[in-house]
Design a protein around this ligand. Structure first.
Ligand code: GLU
Length: 506
């Protein structure tokens, strides 16, 4: 690595909610920056005002914040090379487009829409690609074909014009991608892209390059969909005289649909039953798309899951906190081929982080629901329920559905246990055992177990025959967490009350 300090940017356009592909780009930029003691910049690329969507920028900020991806320089954070929103930098770009013209690397184009359409259809008829490029430009109305006098006249008159880059014919453009190695394009594959639009505002290409240069970006880490634009960007660096400080490029692989057929799109999520957005998004029209946060994912699980979509550590470790990812992350270990989104794996990550989360964190995720539908028996009680059940759940809300009976009488009684295990004899044993338990004043798990052992021995019945009915009387379920811990938590008085309910019901 060069001695240049690492400065990377995530440069979303606020055209809608941030898709998890975009979040992964932000994450890899962040990890790379932190690993190299560098700076992570958030730049809002809002040059295309027509595609601007209300709320998208604050959605980006909220999403990164939820995931713990901290921005060093940005619209909110400030920084010495701002402003960090392109619409606030509009005075910076035109001069560079003019500089390119003066140096012979760009030109004014005066063609009308009709003339452009005519050119395209002519080229299509003769089976040539319909590009405004090194060949076709010579038959169009631009400062390469018109006389200097006419060009000046048009400019003075205030005719509409755009500025296009003047790419060479048939020249090899090469650059080294950190992930993909040498990338070679031929300039004839490209067209003379517009740099400055009729309204005097820059296109994405010009603004992006100028800003990366002015913000001293050292590495451009972005999605594979930008790879076809990279040769144009390389040419812009060269033509603007910035080749020596051109950032290194790293184009990340696509995130694919679960079946591997094509890129995971914004529409796939709710269609296939999983979120593709970090947090819930409500469009200005009121359409709601689900988010990981609202679906009960822990932010650490989402970060870990995304980190693995396209990157692998040097060993087999799968579980990482954000800090551990910073340590382990290497851009060189990002793969070239697309990464299939795997819903089961996402759930697996969530379960793993539920196992590691503090009870307080999980409590925070379920508490709201708890007060409305369950009897709240205090924080300590809730923490113990969480600890008994966490190994069985994928989402925190399941702690409440699966553990319903910890908060109230069982809402239902497993039919199969009733049919196969419940009869008069068993009922008598249960009543006797529970009455004995009440008299014994035993309340701890080990004591309850000892009491059951003694009862089984004295009555010459196997302990196994008593355990499932006992669980059923108290929870209505056939299975669940370790039975004696469960009984201790629910408490002897409540066990007795539930025995009475069963006596009445069955
Ligand atoms: N504004 C572009 C986007 O929305 C940025 C692409 C880049 O990183 O160069 O993805």
């Amino acid at each position: 690595m060069s001695d240049r300090s690492v400065r990377v940017r995530f440069a979303p356009s606020p055209t809608g909610p941030l898709h998890i592909g975009g979040v992964r780009t932000a994450l890899y930029n962040y990890l790379f920056a932190k690993k190299n003691n560098g700076t992570f910049i958030l730049r809002i690329e809002d040059t295309d005002q027509k595609r601007f969507v209300e709320g998208a920028e604050s959605y980006i900020n909220q999403s990164l914040e939820w995931l713990g991806i901290r921005v060093d320089e940005g619209v909110v954070q400030g920084g010495s090379l701002g402003p960090y929103k392109q619409s606030e930098r509009m005075d910076k770009y035109a001069a560079y487009a003019k500089q390119l013209i003066n140096n012979g690397y760009a030109y004014y184009a005066f063609d009308t829409q009709e003339e452009l359409t005519e050119m395209r259809s002519k080229l299509e008829v003769s089976n040539m690609s319909a590009k405004y490029d090194s060949t076709s430009r010579m038959s169009m109305k631009n400062s390469l074909t018109l006389s200097d006098d006419e060009v000046n006249e048009r400019l003075e008159r205030g005719d509409n014009y755009i500025i296009r880059i003047k790419l060479p014919r048939n020249e090899e453009i090469r650059f080294k991608d950190v992930i993909r190695g040498w990338i070679v394009f031929n300039s004839s594959q490209l067209d003379d892209k517009v740099l400055l639009k009729e309204d005097g505002l820059p296109t994405y290409h010009l603004a992006n390059i100028v800003d990366d240069h002015l913000m001293e970006i050292s590495h451009v880490i972005r999605g594979e969909e930008w790879l076809p634009s990279a040769p144009l960007h390389v040419m812009l660096y060269r033509y603007l005289g910035w080749e020596n400080t051109m950032p290194k490029f790293a184009h990340l692989p696509l995130i694919l649909k679960p079946d591997g057929k094509g890129k995971l799109s914004k529409r796939d999520g709710d269609r296939l039953g999983f979120p593709v957005f970090p947090i819930e998004w409500t469009s200005p029209e009121g359409e709601v798309s689900s988010g990981y946060r609202e679906s009960g994912y822990l932010s650490e699980a989402v970060v870990n899951m995304l980190s693995m979509l396209g990157w692998h550590p040097s060993d087999n470790q799968e579980l990482f906190t954000l800090e551990e990812l910073v340590e382990a992350f290497e851009l060189e270990r990002v793969s070239k081929s697309g990464a299939k989104f795997d819903m089961d794996k996402s759930k697996w990550f969530n379960h793993q982080f539920i196992m590691r989360a503090s009870s307080d964190e999980l409590k925070g995720m379920i508490e709201d629901q708890l007060t409305s539908i369950h009897t709240h028996r205090g924080d300590d009680y809730l923490n113990r329920v969480i600890d008994l059940l966490r190994e069985k759940v994928t989402f925190p809300m399941e702690l409440l559905s699966m553990g319903q009976y910890f908060f109230d009488l069982p809402s239902s009684y497993d039919e199969k246990v009733l049919r196969k295990k419940w009869n008069e004899e068993v009922s008598n044993h249960m009543n006797q055992f529970i009455d004995g338990l009440v008299d014994s004043k035993y309340s701890k798990a080990a004591q309850i177990e000892e009491h059951l052992n003694n009862y089984a021995e004295q009555n010459e019945i196997s302990k196994g025959k008593l355990m499932q009915p006992l669980r059923w009387v108290v929870s209505g379920q056939a299975g669940g967490p370790p039975i004696f811990d469960m009984l201790e938590l629910i408490g002897i008085d409540e066990i007795k009350r539930r025995m009475d309910v069963v006596n009445e019901k069955f």
